[in-house]
Design a protein. Structure first.
Lengths: 108, 391
């Protein structure tokens, strides 16, 4: 059985198909990623370092922005990734209610 | 006709094909919902009701959506006959609903609780009419129909990481095959297109259709933002997050797989509006499962392919809802709600193409009359989308 899957070659995360334990190594393509955190089944692990503010990519498309530096092998989830869509809380905080509505139509 | 691409359906006078032949009992208003449900229950499972919370105290667009949705079910190809149950003083016009059924050459009757003289008399008269209609419908015969006559709703609910990797891509392959054959597929849940709209817009057949799609996604995003709230409170849902989905973008990218990989986006339509094009249509529905399925079936979908990771029981009053999961635990834990287990795609025991072939076979079997898990359990959830307050 595959232990994790990378959907697109553009992705910087893999999805664990079974729980991955910290300290284990995960073979992805030709490379090996040292697992740093316990990754529950179905959750994501960084397969390369993702800098704070950089885009997290799965299915070959952006799924959010890293809110902190994420090293390769780390658990990638709501604690270190933020959605950029529908964030009325951010718009309210900045007083720019329509400022974040400019993404539709950004290319494939 | 190619083997495996036909099913036994009911040919309707309007040219459409039904996969069920229900006596539909429609309350015009919440006040007549219990009477309608009792009439339908007396002739179940042929009898089925549309209990709803609206029909009065509504203004403008909301009243129009209620009227149009109920009318759409009265004309639906899975419906053979209609009984409209009115109270007598409400806004929704019973006669208009009956007229819509008759326009599609279905027998229709109207009873009003205030005219019949109360619950007992109205219920008993309704049951008498329903029994006669069941007798008439029992003579209808199924004939071989091509899958190109199908409008298939694709839907996901209770998603987890397996949805985007197994069940949604398997259903997507079915959508591709169906559209190649001349069929139609409808995708709803605009909030769950957010983050994947660029992929669908790139497949639109016209620039107007692409712009229309982007416009409705922007509107939903603007509505969430206008509340000054974070859409993460509901998208993804708490269960989605436990299942490993981090953001709405990730959920949407996994979710849109179920609309196929090469289907062209032909049209974007309003809630419960008629689906008139072959190929892929996006309907402007909310993400909430029952409201979404209610709208897509109202638009003319005869059957629903519903993927789930965590498991969910949702059915529909007139359309069979087929549940597909890629999560082996859900397939075992919620076996009574699940029709197809494609978890072999995750464990590497089955290819996506193999899973898609099984889904397609189940689709044609269900369209020929095989009951789904939701039908066996009597799941007939129905909810009309509302945008405005009740007055």
């Amino acid at each position: 059985m595959m232990r994790a899957i990378v959907v697109s070659e553009r992705d910087n995360v893999a999805t664990a198909l079974e729980p991955l334990e910290a300290g284990a190594s995960l073979a992805i393509g030709g490379a090996t990623v040292a697992i740093r955190d316990r990754i529950p089944e179905g959750h994501k692990v960084a397969i390369q370092a993702i800098a704070a503010g950089a885009t997290v990519v799965k299915y070959g498309s952006p799924i959010g922005t890293a809110t902190t530096d994420i090293p390769a092998g780390a658990h990638v989830h709501t604690h270190n990734v933020a959605s950029t869509r529908g964030r009325g809380d951010l718009a309210a905080a900045s007083g720019a209610a329509h400022g974040a509505l400019n993404r539709s139509g950004s290319g494939a | 006709m190619t083997a495996g691409e036909t099913f036994l359906g009911y040919r309707r006078p309007d040219g459409r094909v039904g996969v069920r032949n229900h006596v539909l009992v429609v309350p015009t208003v919440i006040c007549s919902a219990v009477v309608a449900e009792r009439i339908a229950a007396a002739v179940a499972p042929v009898g089925t009701a549309l209990p709803h919370l609206a029909g009065c105290g509504q203004l403008g667009p909301d009243l129009t959506v209620t009227h149009d949705t109920l009318a759409a079910y009265c004309g639906h190809p899975n419906v053979g006959a209609v009984i409209v149950v009115a109270l007598g003083c409400e806004q929704v016009v019973a006669q208009r609903l009956a007229d819509e059924a008759r326009r599609h050459q279905k027998p229709a009757a109207v009873i009003a609780i205030q005219i019949e003289g109360g619950t007992v008399r109205a219920t008993s008269k309704g049951i008498e009419i329903a029994r006669e209609m069941v007798g008439v419908l029992s003579h209808a015969e199924r004939t071989w129909c091509d899958v190109s006559s199908l409008v298939v709703s694709v839907k996901c609910g209770g998603s987890d990481y397996t949805s985007g990797l197994a069940s949604n891509p398997a259903v997507g392959r079915v959508a591709d095959r169906l559209v190649d054959r001349g069929g139609a597929v409808v995708l709803g849940e605009v909030a769950e297109i957010m983050g994947a709209e660029h992929l669908l817009a790139a497949r639109a057949t016209t620039a107007d259709t692409a712009a229309h799609l982007l416009r409705i996604v922007s509107r939903v995003e603007a509505e969430a933002m206008a509340l000054g709230l974070d859409i993460r409170g509901t998208q993804p849902s708490p269960g989605n997050i436990r299942g490993g989905l981090t953001t709405i973008e990730e959920k949407s990218l996994g979710a849109t797989h179920k609309a196929g990989e090469r289907t062209r986006l032909e049209d974007v339509v309003a809630y419960a509006a008629p689906i008139t094009r072959r190929g892929l249509t996006v309907m402007d529905t909310p993400g909430l499962d029952v409201e979404s399925v209610t709208g897509m079936v109202g638009g003319g979908a005869q059957v629903v392919l519903f993927t789930t990771g965590l498991g969910t029981p949702t059915g529909n009053p007139v359309a069979p809802v087929i549940k597909i999961t890629g999560n082996s635990r859900t397939a075992a834990m919620m076996a009574d709600n699940i029709d197809i287990d494609v978890s072999g795609v995750i464990s590497d025991a089955e290819s996506l193409d193999g899973a898609a072939r099984r889904v397609f076979e189940e689709l044609t079997a269900v369209c020929s009359g095989q009951p789904t898990a939701a039908e066996r359990l009597g799941h007939r959830e129905f909810a009309i989308h509302r945008r405005n307050p009740t007055f």
